[in-house]
Design a protein around this ligand. Structure first.
Ligand code: PRP
Length: 215
């Protein structure tokens, strides 16, 4: 994915295949407002109606993060996740579990767990029903039984990106519901610039800072 035209084309293809605005946002790692804008720019048949008149003429302010140059190569992924492990290693002394948020967070967590010599857990977050503008609270996430269980343990939480923070918040709450104690979270890219989520410190290799906004 090289430029916005590629994103518009991808959004149009996803819309034509019947994907919802939320699913397109998930797939392209952009906000739902950006997903809506991309589909509308393409004139796609599934473009949802928008009442958002606050978006600037050039489109909503968002950033698409394409880290596939890292993700498609195990050597690069190991190098980058070693840097994430280094950030986490300074947090907590009794952490013996790393929780990855599926899907992209799972291979990242695998490398970090190996680097820090912890057990490995995998969490599948609930899918967001964004077309109605609200989360579907009836659909919960789940921890894979094929990996280590939380069971009152201190743990790290890792993912590739934070866009709105919803997924990280949900995961931390799910771990706490299982009796776990998330000591720190780490992502490749944090678009929110979060310092903490639910009291858990968040570390990021890269933060996206918007410059020139009136906000
Ligand atoms: O902060 P948020 O707004 O919740 O968005 C961040 C989440 O979105 C992406 O998941 P996505 O489902 O797009 O991709 P994946 O399942 O391939 O990891 C990303 O991997 C995070 O888990």
């Amino acid at each position: 994915m090289k430029n916005v035209d590629d994103l518009i084309e991808s959004a149009a293809e996803l819309a034509e295949h019947g994907h919802s605005k939320g699913e397109i946002a998930d797939e392209l790692n952009v906000s739902r407002e950006t997903a809506s804008w991309l589909v509308e720019r393409a004139g796609g048949p599934a473009a949802p109606a928008t009442t958002d008149t606050t978006a600037p003429a050039g489109g909503p302010q968002d950033i698409h993060v394409d880290w596939s140059a890292v993700g498609r190569d195990s050597y690069r992924l190991e190098a980058v996740t070693s840097a994430m492990a280094d950030l986490l290693a300074k947090q907590g002394e009794d952490v013996d579990l790393t929780v990855g948020i599926e899907k992209a967070g799972a291979p990242i967590a695998t490398h970090i767990a190996s680097n820090l010599d912890t057990d490995l857990s995998s969490y599948a977050p609930s899918k967001h029903q964004w077309d109605e503008g609200e989360l579907d609270t009836d659909v919960g996430g789940s921890f894979s039984r094929n990996f280590a269980q939380i069971r009152d343990r201190d743990c790290y939480v890792v993912d590739d990106t934070i866009t709105s923070g919803t997924t990280m918040t949900e995961t931390i709450e799910a771990i706490q519901d299982e009796g776990g104690n998330p000591v720190a979270a780490c992502v490749l890219v944090d678009k929110q610039g979060l310092e903490e989520v639910q009291g858990v410190p968040v570390y990021s290799l890269f933060q996206v800072i918007s410059v020139g906004s009136d906000e």
